[in-house]
Every structure is written in structure tokens, then in C-alpha cells.
Design a protein around this ligand. Sequence first.
Ligand code: GTP
Ligand code: MG
Ligand code: ZN
Length: 375
Amino acid sequence: MSKSLISRRPTFRRGASAVGVKTPASSESPLQRLGWKPFFQQQLSLDELNDCEPVKVMAVHRSQIDVCGEHGEEAVLVSGALFEGAAERPTVGDWLLLARDSRKPVRRLERSSLFKRMAPGAKQVQLIAANVDNVLIVSSCNHDFNLSRVERYLALVKEAGCRACLVLTKADLEANHAPFREALRGHGDLPVVLVNALDAESVTPLREYCRSGETLALLGSSGVGKSTLLNSLAGTEVAATGGIREDDSKGRHTTRHRALYPIVDGGLVLDSPGMRELALADVHEGLQATFADISALAEKCRFADCAHESEPGCAVQRAIEEGELDARRLHNWRKLEREVARNSKTLAESRAADRSLSQLYRSVQNHARANKNRT
Ligand SMILES: Nc1nc2c(ncn2[C@@H]2O[C@H](COP(=O)(O)OP(=O)(O)OP(=O)(O)O)[C@@H](O)[C@H]2O)c(=O)[nH]1
Ligand SMILES: [Mg+2]
Ligand SMILES: [Zn+2]
């Protein structure tokens, strides 16, 4: 097998110390290091406290999932019947309750945050990760850098209520950083860190996003250096990285699966395959928060129903003319609003269709049962 295909996510056998990190002086339990919080604890009934064990989903495979709990890592089989519907299935970062004796999943705990997108080419959602605290939106200082894509990621991150930081990798390959800083001027409070992802010292400012007990997600296109960043944060090569490419956006995908990796003296880092398409749905609040400056300007327009095109007294157009607002940003806001409305409607319709289909199945089953009892 070629080196690039080897993924060396540390595995934690049952009985081995969970999370595999040495924290001798830490008073945190293995579960706390995995991100166990009162929000999850309070979802357990007394019976569940006795009979079940919480475990965190570290990776999802076709028929089994890798989970990690108090006693280390194990693989469990997941039955479709237990988690009906795409949005209900466990995703990376989820907490599950396992029956202590049978080691079978009993249920999934409510999520504190969830990232999802429209599944490419389908009318359903695809889950990306759950229970994430912080996100590094990763782009590189080259052709990959695209503010409209950053805004797309931001809408997702803000909807989930996570803390975000924009990381521009490959700063060592680009002599002039000024255009990137200039382009980000309109992005207010979004922290931006330029790094050489290959250099552990350069990524030190990012450690504040993956403290013990926290989960950090690395999101961005293929080839921007997500796995490289992870390796520098981990201090060892835990994930395979790709070869040098001229253009990140045309790269093949080196990382094939989403998985969580523990960081020594830190939290968990989610590495994922680069996303070619991030179609948004159900992120109305996230979008509002990402473009809060435009909403604030819109309140000053003369007409309440101003479309910010050529109406007199439009505060949004005035801000563009005066160089305070980028016309690209207004264009992207409109585009994403339309996209979210369209995809959210598609999802609502397919959820309604699923509901009526299961009602139909139930009534057919009841009918068959009644007939059987009669004969
Ligand atoms: N010089 C330099 N090279 C980098 C930097 N970050 C990443 N690279 C290189 O870029 C290539 C791609 O990096 P990866 O970490 O595999 O990219 P990725 O985002 O994980 O890509 P996918 O797994 O396909 O999504 C590798 O050859 C890295 O060594 C950086 O900051 N500076
Ligand atoms: Mg990768
Ligand atoms: Zn207006």
C-alpha cells in the first residue's frame, strides 16, 4: 500500500486508557477529555446510568463505527432500524449510549451542534459532524483563496454556534500577504491566522482552538493542508497528506474518511476529505449572522421592502458606492439566501414525503394484522 493511503489514527483498545493521551496531572476523566459535558450527562435516565455507557463516535464506516469511551476504543455495528432517516444516523462526534452487556447501541444523545449539507446530487442531507466546538476554515494563500467560499463555511459554522478562525496555509510559499489581509478587511471579527502548516511552531496560535475536552473541525477544500495542520498539531504523522500540487482546487482527495484524532495534552481534531461542494440548507440564522452588516445597512434603506438594486435612498447601494461594502459580498448574500431557501424547501418536501410513506406502511401493516386476526 502506498504511504499516502495509510491513515494512522491511533486506535484505543478496550481496556487501554481512553483518548490515549498522557495527562498524568489532569483531574479530567477520560470521558471529559473526549468532550463529555453536563449537556450530555443530563440526558441520561437513572436506568441508562446503570445499564449503559456513553461512547463518542470517532469514525463512521459502511457497516460499523469506531467509538471511544471510558474503556478505550471499540468497533460497533449499527442497525439501520435504530436510526431511521439520514439525519438520525450517527455521525462523527456523536455520543451514543451502548448497552454495558451486549455492547449494542441503544440510542444517540441529543447533539450540541451539527454540521450538515445537501448531499451532492440528492434530495437529502448529509451529516458532516456533530458536537463540534471550534472550526478552522482552512484555505491557502493561492488560487484556492475565495471569500465567497469562506462565507459559505461561515454560515454553516455560525448556524451551529461554533467559534471560527480562518487559517491561511502555505504562507511560506507566498511572499506578499497584503492582498489576503486586504480582502479580509470586511470580515470584522473573524480571526485570521497565516501559517506554514508544515511547521509546528507556526501553528501554535491554533492550539487555543483544541484545548482538552474540545473538538476542533478542520474544514476546507482538498489540498489546502488540513491533514498537514492536524499532523503539526498532533506532533506526529497521524494522517496521510498529499503530494505537492500546483493548484489546490484541482487536487485528488488524499483524506477519504472523516475521523477524530486525539491531540496530546489537547482535545480532538476532526480531519475530513476536502469538500468540492458545500450546498447549504436550513442555515437561516447562520446566514443572517454571517451577513449581519448588510442586514444592519438594510434597516436604513428608505423603503422597508427595498431590494437594494436601484431604489432611491438605498443604504446598501450607498455603502457600495462609498467603498464600505464589497459588491461581491452583496451578490454572495443574495445567492446564498436563494440557495438556502430552495434547498430547505426541498428538504421539507422530502421529509413530508417520508412521513406519509411511513404512515402508509404502518396502515398497510395494521390492516394485514387485523385481517390475520380475523382468519
Ligand atoms: N509549503 C507548504 N506546503 C503545505 C502547507 N500546507 C500543506 N502543504 C502541502 O500541501 C499538500 C496537501 O496537503 P494535505 O494536508 O494533504 O491537504 P488536505 O487539505 O488534507 O487535502 P485532502 O485530504 O485531499 O482534503 C501536501 O504536499 C502538504 O505538504 C504549507 O503551509 N506550506
Ligand atoms: Mg487530508
Ligand atoms: Zn436597499
